[in-house]
Design a protein around this ligand. Structure first.
Ligand code: ADP
Ligand code: MN
Length: 494
């Protein structure tokens, strides 16, 4: 006999139905879970979990690995939540900005230090509690000095609250944790740079999308052009520069007064304003825009760049200089004929390999064009170089004339001299022995006869001439009306 009494051998009765329904429930649950998170991204197993080749002797390394592990799990969870919330909805929300692990950003590591924000530092306690001059507070045996480790440590811990809200400091604040100054400072530094890094990342993202696609207002303008039948299709982007984005488009139907070229280039002047600030001088001193400039907001100034390019192109067209033909101007969007064929833009002079014969031909053509531009169009290109000359159909085409000014512009002759220098240097390097030097070229184009033998004197004379002209203009007062001689108004006007 068993001293503990007979074992209760009766087995728990369990019906088959119960077991089956439990199993069914489990399966259903699993199915449901799978449906909710179809492809739950498995949390990557870091080195810590696999335990391979792990040096466990460094606390720092261990801490970093744990943090990485934590961040990864956090992100995975975030992704799951995002998925769950969005479901099949067409409108989805993104938790991207809450992620911990930033996609590695290789080119920002070196600018970690080159950007110093001098604005208000949110981490600096508003008014640091100072220890009085004598270096201690309290009396007798309650004395604590500013070096008291416990006080300092607690203070440091409390100051962690000043870190940016998204910087997780853990549960240290709630505990009686004493952070040494060294640790606290390192943490503070880290919190600071993390926040900036994350801000930069988001900024970059926004910036790059703004660069690739145009902003909604511009898109609407482009859409209207297609809708009105002026353009057939906009195929893609040819170039993104600092100041403009250029697209290719197939031309649409001709209207009564305008033949649309089969292929068009659309130059969208960027409405991001910062790049334009340093170009003010081109337009501010241009008498054609003088009365309008001061009253304008930056967005209107950018439209003026487009307008300026249109007027300048029209002048060139009238003088027979090979250049894009203006099709339409609407706000900051200029449509012109495309130089190139089948969506392939003509190469820039800097990219094309020409026979020495063609090179020589190109040189004389440019010399000619510069003279025509100056004398017949009354213009100085002001950004003339192998970058803004295209080689097409066996000749050179001039583009990019939004910054071109009249020779009497207060800096017009300086701009011309710079153009001449670019052209001379390019063709001398390209092996055209006939190429004039920059001073000879300047005289040949302007018809002036500056005899200075060296560059410094030459430039001094140029500036003296500009000064003289400016005084002259001041005395005469401006009597010229704006745009009087410029061609057709744009067909798409407000
Ligand atoms: P940015 O001021 O940005 O330099 P550009 O007018 O020079 O603007 O245009 C940028 C690039 O776009 C040019 O280098 C050229 O390759 C291309 N491009 C501009 N206009 C045309 C055009 N009408 N036909 C073909 N390509 C063009
Ligand atoms: Mn250009």
């Amino acid at each position: 006999q068993c001293p503990w009494g007979a074992p209760n051998a009766t087995s728990i009765s369990c019906s088959l139905a119960d077991v089956m329904s439990e199993q069914l429930a489990k399966e259903l649950q699993l199915e449901e879970e799978n449906a909710a998170f179809p492809e739950v991204v498995a949390v990557d197993e870091g080195p810590f979990i696999t335990g391979e080749n792990v040096d466990t002797s460094s606390d720092l390394m261990l801490a970093q690995m744990l943090q990485m592990e934590f961040d990864r799990e956090y992100d995975a969870q975030l992704r799951r939540e995002e998925k769950k919330i969005n479901g099949d909805s067409k409108v989805s929300i993104s938790f991207e900005n809450y992620r911990k692990v930033h996609p590695y950003d290789s080119d920002s590591s070196e600018d970690e230090v080159d950007w110093q924000d001098t604005r208000h530092d949110p981490y600096r306690a508003d008014k640091p509690t100072t220890t009085p001059r004598r270096g201690f507070v309290g009396k007798g045996k309650d004395i604590t000095t500013k070096h008291d480790e416990v006080v300092c440590g607690r203070k440091n811990t409390a100051r962690m609250e000043n870190f940016a809200p998204e910087f997780q400091v853990g549960d240290g604040i709630g505990m009686d944790l004493k952070l040494s100054n060294q640790v606290f400072n390192a943490l503070k530094q880290h919190a600071y740079s993390e926040e900036r890094r994350s801000a930069r990342l988001h900024e970059k993202k926004e910036h790059s999308t703004a660069e690739k696609a145009v902003d909604p207002k511009t898109r609407l303008l482009l859409y209207k052009m297609v809708n009105a039948g002026m353009l057939e299709t906009i195929t893609g982007c040819i170039s993104t520069g600092k100041e403009s984005v250029v697209f290719h488009a197939y031309g649409g139907n001709a209207t009564e007064d305008k033949v649309i070229p089969p292929e068009c280039a659309i130059k969208v002047f960027k409405t991001t304003l910062n790049e334009f600030k340093n170009r003010d001088k081109y337009i501010k001193d241009d008498y054609r825009f003088k009365d309008r400039f001061s009253k304008l907001n930056p967005r209107k100034i950018i439209r003026m760049w487009a307008e300026k390019e249109m007027h300048n192109l029209t002048r060139m067209q009238n003088a027979g200089i090979p250049c894009p033909q203006v099709v339409s101007l609407k706000k900051h969007v200029l449509v012109m004929s495309f130089i190139g064929q089948d969506q392939v833009p003509a190469p820039k002079l800097k990219d094309v390999t020409l026979s020495s014969e063609d090179m020589k031909k190109a040189y004389y053509q440019i010399l000619n064009m510069m003279q025509q531009l100056y004398k017949e169009c009354n213009l100085v290109h002001a950004d003339l170089s192998e970058y803004n000359m295209l080689w097409h159909d066996g000749k050179v085409w001039l583009i990019d004339v939004s910054q071109s000014v009249e020779p009497t512009h207060p800096h017009g002759l300086e701009f011309l001299f710079r153009d001449c220098r670019n052209v001379s240097q390019f063709f001398q390097k390209a092996g055209v022995p006939e190429a004039l030097n920059e001073r000879e070229l300047f005289n040949a184009v302007s018809g002036l006869n500056i005899t200075a033998e060296n560059e410094v004197d030459f430039q001094a004379e140029i500036e003296a001439l500009e000064k003289m002209n400016e005084d002259h203009v001041q005395n005469l007062g401006k009597k010229l009306s704006m745009f009087s001689s410029d061609g057709d108004p744009p067909i798409y006007d407000e």
